[in-house]
Design a protein around this ligand. Structure first.
Ligand code: ADP
Ligand code: MG
Length: 624
């Protein structure tokens, strides 16, 4: 006669279960049952180590799906349970057998490798099952095997079992709506997600329906072997000095399914003040700020916990790909509590520091390689600086600026080379093709122009100007002013006034300011400038999705040394002078940005007319 009993549940103990599981992924039961099997084996190995049991290798956990019966079975050859233990550990929710075991058998070095410690995991089986059976035999030879069954997790039956082998099998009769776990691909995916690095070999198998007849040659069709789905010794546990580049790459491809080569990686290996191991890869970014590209998997003693936990991994590091294993992190409990956890904050700071130190060491020791990565990593580094000033303080000397000639300069190098005097302006272009003409005006004078062409750059340079305000550093786009291109000279105020009136009329903009300057480049007619700060602000507002459309303050700076400008200074207000003004203005505009449609049409018409006139002239000349 089976023995009857009641499972005791304390409300305060069951609450966390309900909270965690009711709202999170169902497939967590796989992790819990497999990790219980692993724990049972770890415990048994511990007994072998202290001489209380004989070695029973090879150890393994088997997960077998039987679609016909609708069952999923988790078997292990671990420590097993006696009837008393089943009653004690299984029938008392939130009572973990792990703690008791560890009290008695804690290894000297403190590392038990045992996963469970909340005494809740087993009950996750009821999230997907209409019936659960435990068939178990303790390692203690004189104990009988027992079979425990329960249909609701509240009441159970227990009876002797015929089982002879040491260990435990847990069989789930899955609910109709959860039968997807019986499909090979779904089972494999779930196991790979949660158990890819668990410390005991895990095999999966799917029972095929009996085909009955043998094929013509008398042989039955070959049944696939159970496949091992995990790697019991993940790379992050090895000493960095013992891992080869090939191994790092292989791990990267396998875990992240990314077949591009990562740029470089960091092997975290800390025992103090945290027990934290892991590998972070810098992926080759495909485009700027698709943050979804990164993925950082968090493990607790080789058991997958979650992806991209932002409390542990600083947001800007989410662009990286990696695995972090932190056995001390109380992740199983609740995620919200992590936000305020001092330990977690320190850990995030530690990871940030490691990343910064690695960047600096790459810069110091392998500058050439570092420069090659720079194009890929700079948006991430800049973003990190803005987000975390400590990160900035660490990496600031390793920040590079790429010039339009393809050279890489630190801020200091740029200033030393280009700014001998007081003035500390970095000239930059946001589009080296569009702004080629203005870039040329600077580079011809030997002044380097840096390229800042990513979304983050506006924010980043504003941040730098603020952080380095003591140094009075200024960033100025090549079209933001003409000071760098002109000589100090008194302008003829009357001429300036006259030209301003002429241009305002010709281009129909009565706000346009005209300045007369002496350009160092003789052949420059002039340029249109738009004040740096207001342009940056407009651009940033657009980035935030709010187009503030501030009126741009435009100035037309003309080169008083140029014959055409000199001609205009003296010209009457004729049709010819107006055409000249419009043409000069459009040309200056085109050096900054494309003309809008109607203006383009006008410009082409006018240019055609001018060319035709030229032919007229030369025809006259020839005709003389
Ligand atoms: P935890 O793993 O956090 O202790 P569980 O609810 O997952 O909590 O398991 C409760 C207890 O039941 C375990 O501590 C262990 O003593 C026992 N147990 C569960 N599964 C097995 C198993 N496969 N083999 C042996 N003991 C097990
Ligand atoms: Mg458990």
């Amino acid at each position: 006669m089976p023995e009857k009993g009641k499972i005791s549940i304390h409300a305060e103990n069951i609450m966390p279960v309900i909270k965690k599981w009711l709202y999170s992924d169902k497939d967590i039961f796989v992790r819990e049952l497999v990790s219980n099997g692993c724990d049972a084996i770890s415990k048994f190995k511990r007994l072998v180590a202290v001489g209380e049991a004989e070695d029973g290798a090879p150890y393994r956990v088997d997960v077998v799906a039987d679609p016909e019966k609708g069952t999923l079975t988790f078997s292990d050859n671990g420590i097993g349970m006696t009837g008393e233990e089943v009653k004690k550990y299984i029938a008392q929710v939130a009572f973990s057998g792990a703690e008791e075991f560890l009290k008695k058998y804690k290894p000297e070095d403190g590392e038990s490798g045992i996963i469970g410690h909340f005494g809740l995991g087993f009950y996750s089986a009821f999230m997907v099952s209409r019936k659960v059976e435990i068939d178990t035999k303790s390692y203690l030879a004189n104990e009988e095997a027992v079979r425990w069954t329960s249909e609701n997790g509240m009441e159970y039956d227990m009876e002797p079992s015929q089982r002879e082998a040491r260990g435990t099998s847990i069989t789930l009769w899955l609910n109709e709506e959860d039968k997807e776990f019986l499909q090979r691909w779904a089972l494999r995916e779930t196991l790979e997600k949660h158990c890819q690095f668990m410390p005991v070999p895990i095999f999966m198998d799917v029972v095929e329906p009996e085909k009955g007849e043998a094929s013509e040659d008398g042989k039955k069709p070959e049944k696939p072997e159970p496949e091992q789905i995990n790697d019991t010794n993940p790379l992050w546990l090895k000493k960095p000095s013992e891992v080869t580049e090939e191994e790092y790459l292989e791990f990267y491809h396998k875990v992240f399914h990314d077949f591009d080569k990562p740029l470089f990686w960091i092997h975290l290996n800390a025992e103090y003040p945290f027990n934290l191991k892991g590998i972070l890869y810098f992926p080759k970014l495909k485009n700027e700020f698709t943050a979804s590209e990164g993925v950082i998997k968090l493990y607790n003693n080789q058991v997958f916990v979650a992806d991209n936990i932002k409390e542990v991994i600083p947001e800007f590091l989410m662009l990286l790909k990696g695995a972090i294993d932190c056995p001390d992190l109380p992740l199983n409990v609740s995620r919200s509590f992590l936000q305020n956890d001092g330990y977690v904050k320190k850990m995030a700071a530690y990871i940030t520091r490691k990343v910064a130190d690695r960047l600096v060491s790459e810069f110091n020791n392998k500058r050439e390689d570092y420069q090659k990565y720079w194009d890929d990593i700079h948006p991430f580094v800049k973003y990190g600086c803005i987000k975390d000033e400590k990160f900035y303080d660490r990496v600031k000397n390793a920040l590079l600026f790429k010039t339009t000639a393809g050279e890489y300069r630190t801020l200091e190098e740029y200033l030393n080379k280009n700014c001998p005097g007081e003035e500390k302006t970095l000239y930059y272009a946001s589009d080296d093709k569009r702004q080629a003409q203005m870039i040329r005006l600077y580079t011809e004078q030997g002044r380097e122009v840096v390229l800042l062409d990513t979304l983050i750059d506006n924010n980043f340079i504003s941040f730098l100007e603020y952080k380095e305000s003591e140094q009075k550093i200024k960033f100025q786009r090549v079209d933001a002013g003409a000071e760098g291109l002109t000589e100090e000279a008194e302008a003829d105020q009357d001429a300036q006034k006259k030209l301003q009136a002429m241009f305002q009329k010709a281009v129909g903009d009565d706000k346009l300011e005209v300045q007369l300057k002496s350009f160092k480049a003789e052949d420059a007619i002039g340029m249109i400038t738009v004040e740096e700060q207001s342009r940056r602000f407009t651009e940033m507002s657009r980035q935030w999705g709010r187009d503030l459309m501030l009126p741009e303050k435009r100035t037309l700076v003309l080169n008083q040394k140029h014959p055409l400008v000199q001609w205009l200074e003296k010209a009457e207000e004729t049709e010819q002078a107006r055409t000249m003004c419009a043409q000069v203005y459009d040309l200056a505009e085109m050096a900054r940005q494309p003309l809008v449609a109607e203006r383009m049409v006008e410009f082409l018409k006018r240019s055609n007319a001018l060319l035709t006139q030229l032919v007229g002239h030369s025809a006259e000349e020839q005709g003389e």
